[in-house]
Structures are given as C-alpha cells and as structure tokens.
Design a binder for this molecule. Structure first.
Ligand code: ADE
Length: 239
C-alpha cells in the first residue's frame, strides 16, 4: 500500500516509518510512506500556509491553494484508486471496520490539518472522506493520521507474522482481548491462571474466549449489542 501524509510537520511520519511493525512493513516494501509539506507548494515570498478566518474569530485557517497542490502530489505518490482522507474531529469515527476496508485500497492520501482547520472549499473539492479518531481535539491531524496508518498497515497481507496474526486481535472478532501473562509464574503475590500452564489447548482457547466475553460485557457492553445486531442481520440474510 502507498500512503502520503500531507502535513506541516513531515518529521512526525518517522514514528511509523522507522519503528516497530510499521517500520518493518516499510523495510519489507509492503508499505510505502511519504510526507508532503504544503509549505513547499506555496508561491508567495513568505511561504504562508494559513490566513485569518472570514467572519473573524480566533486562530488561523489553512489556505486551500497550497493544500490542493500538496494533495495532488500525494495522489501522484499514492496512485490511482487512492482515497483522500482529511483527519478532523468532525469526521466519521474511525474503527476496526473502516481500517479493514481501507486496507483493501491500493493507497491513501492523509491530510493532517493544523490551526483551526482547513478551508471548507478544499475539503469539498479535494477530499473523499473525513475521519475522526475520537471525541477530543488534538493540536493537529498528524497523530490521527499515524493512528490510521498503524491500524491499517497491520491488516495488510504479510505485515504481521503468524503468531501475532491480525485475526487474533482485539476487535477482529468484535470483542475485547483476553488477558495475557508471561514469566515469572508468580508476580506480586499473583499466580498465572492454572489453565494457561495446563498444555490443554482446547481448554486454553475456551478460557480465553470466556475472558474476552466477560471483559467485553463488563467494559464495553455496546460491542456485544453490535455483535448481536450483526448476528440478527446475517440470520435475516440467510432466510
Ligand atoms: N484533528 C484534531 N483532532 C482530531 C481527532 N480527534 N481526530 C482526527 N483528527 C483530528
């Protein structure tokens, strides 16, 4: 997959480009990343990327022209069939389902805004979709773009090894993850659950599912409601 991040802070892409699972995906050429700075697409002497908002009020708004040129460069990098996503608190909520759909695409162009946001006309003319990573306001869209890149990259074929396959992930089944334990067998007066030491793989699988269900019920009952609705839908579809 080819991904361009359009941002005034291109250095921030280094966090996913150089480190961890996403860094390995880049080195293995399963993921190609580039950062494009809209400041490089300004034509004026001051290289200005922002201006005062029409109608007044605090803060500045990102000007449409440099962003349009930067997005065009992003589209060139990401290739035909890439989708252009603007990260903002006004967007649709990003979740595992959307990550799976995005992982099917050949490329993405992620627009990270700063200041009060970007000129609305740029969004209407050059953006395919607006995504939010949660109901809080970040100082810029970069961290949200990195979240999307990370969540999508781990779903690309071959990015995760067999032992940490994405199919086992929390949310892949619509449930929270079960608890995990490693050595030592005793820690702070707490034992590792006996079943995990039993070598009985069927019993371990059952225990993990039970834990996942219990935690989901306690912490995120809304996820169980969503699963139930999905089950009813597929039952309907089968009729
Ligand atoms: N930019 C600022 N806050 C954001 C959020 N919550 N999600 C996505 N992009 C953002």
């Amino acid at each position: 997959m080819r991904v361009a991040m359009v941002s005034l802070f291109p250095e921030m892409l280094g966090l996913v480009r150089d480190l961890g699972v996403t860094g390995r995906a880049v080195r293995d050429e399963r993921l190609s990343l580039t950062a494009i700075n809209p400041r490089d697409y300004t034509l004026d002497r001051h290289r200005s990327v922002d201006d005062r908002p029409y109608g007044g009020g605090p803060g500045m708004v990102m000007r449409p022209e440099p962003l349009a040129a930067a997005l065009e460069a992003g589209r060139e990098f990401a290739g035909d069939g890439a989708t252009v996503i603007y990260l903002s608190p006004q967007g649709q909520r990003f979740d595992h389902g959307r990550a799976k759909e995005l992982a099917e695409l050949p490329g993405m162009v992620l627009l990270a805004g700063r200041y009060e946001g970007v000129d609305e006309r740029l969004i209407r003319s050059a953006v395919d979709e607006e995504l939010s990573i949660g109901d809080y306001v970040l100082s810029g869209g970069e961290l949200a773009a990195l979240v999307v890149i990370d969540a999508v990259a781990r779903l690309l074929p071959g990015v995760l090894g067999h032992e940490d396959s994405a199919a086992e992930d929390s949310f892949a089944q619509g449930l929270l993850d079960c608890p995990h334990f490693t050595r030592p067998e005793q820690y702070e007066g707490q034992d590792v659950p006996d079943v995990l030491l039993s070598g009985d793989h069927a019993a371990i699988r059952r225990w993990r599912l039970k834990q996942a269900l219990g935690r989901t019920w306690e912490r995120r009952p809304d996820l169980l409601d969503a699963l139930e609705q999905k089950r009813q839908l597929t039952a309907e579809e089968q009729k």
